[in-house]
Design a protein around this ligand. Sequence first.
Ligand code: CP
Ligand code: NVA
Length: 307
Amino acid sequence: MQFKHFLQFSDFNREEYEYIFERARWIKHEFKQYRQYWPLTDRTLAMIFDKNSTRTRLSFEAGMLQLGGAAIYLSTRDTQLGRGEPVEDAAKVISRMVDLIMIRTYEHDIIKRFAENSRVPVINGLTDKYHPCQIMSDIFTYTEYRGGISGKIVAWIGDANNMCNTWLQAAKIFDFKVHVSTPPGYDICPEQIGLIDATHYEIFSSPRKAVMGADLVTTDVWTSMGFEEETEQRKNDFAEFCVNAEMMALAKKDALFMHCLPAHRGEEVSAEVLEGPQSVVWDEAENRLHTQKALMEYLLLGKLAGN
Ligand code: CP
Ligand code: NVA
């Protein structure tokens, strides 16, 4: 049987995203009308978490229930994976029992090995390298506000982390440009994320210059999960990389601000910007639910007739 995984943003093309967004708009609308939509009755999602989560767990679990299916939460600590069972063996077993699997883990290689041994679609719920579900929600959110992201400028301020890598992949697919500004020593590695030319990004040593003229300004925590021992060093290295009102004022007047959350007010973003009129962070979080419901529908049922 043919099926797809969603391990990185570049696993889908533009047309697939347009389809998923169209479905997400409809699913969101029906949900807001309190209308039942159960296309995934009797389907089960296993969610494997190696790292903490609020939004990812809740949006996948609630999303699957709202589509008529069931979701099972597995913490690596409580499973045999936490006691050294090979990822390949776990994938073979788990994928015989459920219809869909979501994984949040550390090295991207773990999810790749899992997917290679899975009989069912695997979704990346965040690895050290990528966070495709979040960027799918972010682009959907941008489109809700501004009608489309193609041709726009997104300023990425801060760490060259999983979110940054995924924005860079998305820029190529949706044809927009990322102005990247990271502190010295925290540079992006374009070749490691499959980017062969610099058409869709530009590197700025000054975060203020990166933000100039941007349609969207976005950032993320200075220390991602798994890098906690670097926290103090990073606080020093990233001190000039706080998105505050002064920095936001350099972007376009109607620029939006995004952050995948959780946020650290006073570090990567000021409270004023996070809670200010340009911030759409709560919509980004909510849209995780709607876009992932469309994603799960697509992975399990394919394109529905009439769409
Ligand atoms: N943005 C995001 O993925 O949040 P959680 O870590 O709470 O899942
Ligand atoms: N870059 C962050 C995102 C959390 C949702 C991390 O990996 O911890």
